[in-house]
Write a protein that binds this ligand. Structure first.
Ligand code: PMP
Length: 444
């Protein structure tokens, strides 16, 4: 069923006003506020399959997928059933249970990580993995890449892309840090390089290797918009391991999205540690980090690196994650279908933009895609600096054109969209119709 044309926002406006009176900016995560695209953020009442329904009863074709977790579509029957079954047994124990073991067994089997520890968000996963890397190596410095986002732990809010790139008031523009409230002393331990610059990475490791605990990276970037790593860059990343520097792949976005073994599987990576979030919790709050036993066994109570959580391994969250991974494993054609849909979406967007004379450069891998509003060959945008050259006003106009036609794109130029298994030929056709009209309606 094609979405209705959304024109009513009265209930969302009322809710947004109430929310602003009691919550900073009216939202619990910044990009949801529509700051960079303008207009009223839609308050969502429910979601099923590929569609969101807002408080005014308007229906939208969803390309956010809760920012990644909903790879099977919303309200999937197997996930609902698994959560219901867990719910009947109580919601939290504060003691270990079988579902945690099952999910850990599944994750280690699918990813080759020898040990995994569950936490409650991607932020906790990266924060904990870095503490572990520091504890294991006895070194203090970490390296990250400009425009990569690894959650909001203090030392990681340095040139952090994503919402910080989107909301100008959150980006102080300086080299470090990119949020108020992060002590310069913390930020000073975070060394920042350009993504896809292997020479700079080699040089830094040569000069400061013995001080560096870890290099953390998004193996496919989603948080400066989609950026793909070059083969030379991936090779340089693996060279850091020879200097005793741990390589941490942040697969919070890519894990179980690009393949059953994430970007690590797709790109044949060999990281020491990996971080997961989003899909691993099937829409409930779960994060995880894992890797080689020798390193992971430094985590308490086995080792000296402390990390804990009242709700970690929560039975409802474990049930949702387990059911999601089971569904993904049970459908061997799924990743190929997601890839085919998203490839057709990219081709259709490219053709429609060209016909309307709108400069557009698309980066895509599997079911992740960003359409950058700038004149550049498709696939040529490789760094934060490249992405930042995009025309954000043009993006905002197009976003509003899509939203007015019932297609809910990610409300920022610097985010990936996420296609789900519930997106089929009808959704593809409706999206390309809406996109074509939205390109046509833009000021030349
Ligand atoms: N790492 C990456 C690559 C992410 O995309 C995100 C969230 N978008 C995070 C970490 C943080 O995860 P969370 O929002 O669950 O804390």
């Amino acid at each position: 069923v094609p979405p209705v044309s959304p024109s009513r926002t009265a209930r969302s406006e009322t809710l947004f006003a109430r929310a602003r009176a009691v919550t900073p900016g009216g939202v619990n995560s910044p990009v949801r506020a529509f700051r960079s695209v303008g207009g009223t953020p839609r308050f969502i009442a429910e979601a099923h399959g590929a569609y969101l329904t807002d408080a005014d009863g308007q229906r939208y074709l969803d390309y956010i997928g809760s920012w990644g977790p909903m790879i099977l579509g919303h309200d999937h029957p197997a996930i609902r059933e698994a959560i219901g079954e867990a719910l009947a047994g109580g919601t939290s124990f504060g003691a270990p249970g079988e579902r945690e073991v099952q999910l850990a067994e599944t994750v280690t089997r699918l990813t080759g990580a020898e040990r995994v520890r569950f936490v409650n968000s991607g932020t906790e996963a990266t924060m904990s993995a870095l503490r572990l890397a520091r504890g294991y190596t006895g070194r203090d410095f970490i390296v990250k890449f400009r425009g990569n986002y690894h959650g909001h732990a203090d030392g990681l809010l340095v040139e952090a892309g994503s919402g910080l790139m989107t909301n100008a008031e959150g980006n102080l523009g300086a080299a470090a840090p990119s949020s108020a409230g992060v002590p310069a002393a913390y930020a000073a331990l975070t060394l920042v390089l350009d993504y896809n610059d292997p020479a700079a990475l080699d040089q830094l490791i040569q000069e400061r290797g013995p001080d560096i605990a870890a290099v953390i990276f998004e193996p496919v970037v989603g948080n400066a918009g989609v950026l793909l790593p070059t083969p030379d860059f991936l090779a340089a990343l693996h060279r850091v391991q020879a200097a005793g520097v741990l390589l941490i792949a942040d697969e919070v976005m890519t894990g179980f999205r690009l393949s059953l073994n994430g970007a690590t599987g797709l790109l044949s990576l060999n990281p020491d540690l990996r971080c997961w979030g989003k899909i691993i919790g099937g829409g409930l709050p779960v994060g995880a980090y894992g890797g080689r036993a020798e390193v992971m066994d430094f985590v308490s109570p086995q080792g000296p690196v402390y990390q804990a959580g009242t709700l970690s391994g929560n039975p409802l969250a474990m049930a949702a994650g387990l059911a999601t991974l089971r569904e993904l494993e049970a459908d061997p054609g799924l990743y190929r279908r997601l890839d085919a849909y998203t490839a057709e979406l990219a081709a259709g967007l490219s053709a429609a933009a060209a016909a309307a004379g709108v400069p557009l450069s698309i980066n895509r891998v599997g079911s992740m895609l960003t359409a950058f509003f700038q004149e550049a060959p498709h696939g040529s945008i490789q760094t934060y600096g490249d992405a930042a050259r995009s025309d954000t006003a043009a993006f905002a106009a197009w976003f509003q054109g899509l939203l007015a036609r019932g297609v809910y794109w990610a409300p920022s130029q610097f985010e990936s969209i996420f296609v789900s298994a519930a997106h089929g030929p009808d959704e593809l056709g409706a999206t390309l119709d809406a996109a074509t009209a939205a390109f046509g309606g833009m000021q030349p």
